[in-house]
Design a protein around this ligand. Structure first.
Ligand code: S3P
Length: 436
């Protein structure tokens, strides 16, 4: 289905809203809840296609899961060795997190199965997980190009490794740690820069001992997980579209409630503040080991900056939205050190540069980033290339464009933010979706 967004220019974002649950935490709640002993109750679960792909995968491996019902999910854990191989490949759709984390989680369980995905996921690099898994003694086969489908073959046992990750990737780190649960010995992963640590936090929440020292995290295989309750915070990556929209649209004053504020995820707030954004944080507290807060964001004049490279992994999913902020800022914004953007759900450097140029912005793609001259946007037609975050970013761009924006290929917004159109329209964006 080709869903299109038609967004009329102008307007402001106002009121109070809660964006859907965090995608990363939702995936992990199903994974660890399934392997736990006992019954895990989840609230705030993201009912988007990506996290539902994980949920369905575990159902197909024999886990009894109730819901989701208004964000509530009940998982009857099978224990560490209770999964069974499904009778056909597991279809993980567009979801890189499902595929890379499941590759690790399943590698040492003696199962024979296949993980498959859509065209986008089948083009994304998988050797970054299958190479370290091979060092652990796993047999996870890719295509010749190093892509999905992944065939997981049974092996007698996994052995622990000490692994220095060549890329700053939470998916790779999590994959190895989850495989490490089934390995003999102590598995350690060292990351070149801090990446999201939801796996580590949640493992501890399920009672699994884990040691962190500097940039290294270690765990010993052979332990068990004990069921617990999980309250999933609102996804800061979904809040990001509204943070940018309210910042660029004169007259905006918006409150985003219960947003996950994990310090490995808050780069978007740091970067927007460096650009001059007015974001107030209040009601800070912690739910199940994850910090949350309410955010109030008001329009403010933004200026171009050189984005500090240490913020890149902390805002890795937010660059499509941040590029829109840069296009509306005064002066030049430069992003470097972000080559990972080229292997996300789309090539986010090229696709965003093409879209910004179609809206009259001087955006120059580079191998590892982009240079954007701020100053505003025109109306026009852009193609999201099936990338949810690109579709939602260009929708927000209309708040400052001087003509209508038409966005093609938006169906995948449902992977992370199924009610985006109604929430954004309720806050003041003139957006309509049509299915062709
Ligand atoms: C994710 C990690 C990030 C992020 C993705 C979700 C996760 O990917 O882009 O949307 O849940 O672990 P990388 O770890 O590959 O950067």
């Amino acid at each position: 289905m080709n869903t299109r967004f038609h967004v009329r220019p102008g307007g402001a974002l106002k009121g109070k809203l809660r964006v859907p649950g965090d995608k990363s935490i939702s995936h992990r709640s199903i994974m660890l809840g399934s392997l736990a002993e006992g019954v895990t109750h989840v609230s705030g679960f993201l009912e988007g296609e990506d996290s539902l792909a994980t949920l369905n995968a575990f159902r197909r491996m024999g886990v009894r899961i109730e819901g989701p019902d208004q964000g509530r999910v009940v998982i009857h854990g099978t224990g560490m060795h209770g999964l069974r191989a499904p009778d056909a490949p597991l279809d993980l759709g567009n979801s890189g997190t499902s595929m890379r984390l499941l590759a690790g989680l399943l590698a040492g369980q003696g199962l024979d199965l296949t993980l498959a995905g859509d065209a986008s996921l089948s083009g994304r690099p998988m050797r970054r997980v299958t190479d370290p898994l091979a060092l652990m003694g796993a047999r996870v086969e890719t295509t010749e190009a190093g892509t999905a489908p992944l065939h997981i073959r049974p092996v007698p046992a996994l052995k622990a490794i000490e692994y220095e990750m060549p890329v700053a990737s939470a998916q790779v780190k999590s994959c190895i740690l989850l495989a490490g649960l089934y390995a003999q010995g102590v598995t350690c992963v060292t990351e070149p820069a801090p990446t999201r640590d939801h796996t580590e936090r949640m493992l501890q929440g399920f009672g699994y001992e884990l040691k962190r020292e500097g940039s290294t995290v270690c765990l010993e295989g052979g332990g068990k997980l004990t069921a617990c309750d999980i309250d999933v915070p609102a996804d800061i990556s979904s809040a990001a579209f509204f943070l940018v929209g309210a910042s660029i649209a004169p007259g905006s004053d918006l409150i985003l409630e219960h947003v996950g504020m994990n310090p490995t995820r808050d780069g978007v707030i740091n970067i927007l503040r460096l650009m001059g954004a007015d974001i107030e944080v209040s009601n800070e507290h912690s739910v199940g080991g994850e910090p949350v807060a309410d955010l109030r964001v008001r329009h403010a004049p933004l200026k171009g900056i050189h984005i500090p490279e240490d913020q890149v992994p902390l805002a890795i999913d937010e660059f499509p939205a941040l590029f829109v902020a840069a296009a509306c800022a005064e002066g030049e914004t430069v992003l470097t050190g972000a080559e990972e953007l080229r292997v996300k759900e789309s090539d986010r450097i090229q696709v965003m540069a093409d879209g910004l140029q179609a809206l009259g912005v001087n955006a120059r793609p580079m191998p590892d980033g982009m240079v954007i001259q701020g100053g505003g946007l025109q109306g026009g037609e852009v193609d999201s290339h099936g990338d949810h975050r690109i579709a939602m970013s260009f929708a927000m761009a209309a708040l400052r464009a001087d003509g209508d924006i038409h966005i093609h290929d938006c169906a995948n917004v449902n992977t992370s933010f199924p009610d985006f159109v109604s929430l954004a329209a309720g806050a003041g964006l003139s957006v309509e979706a049509t299915d062709a």
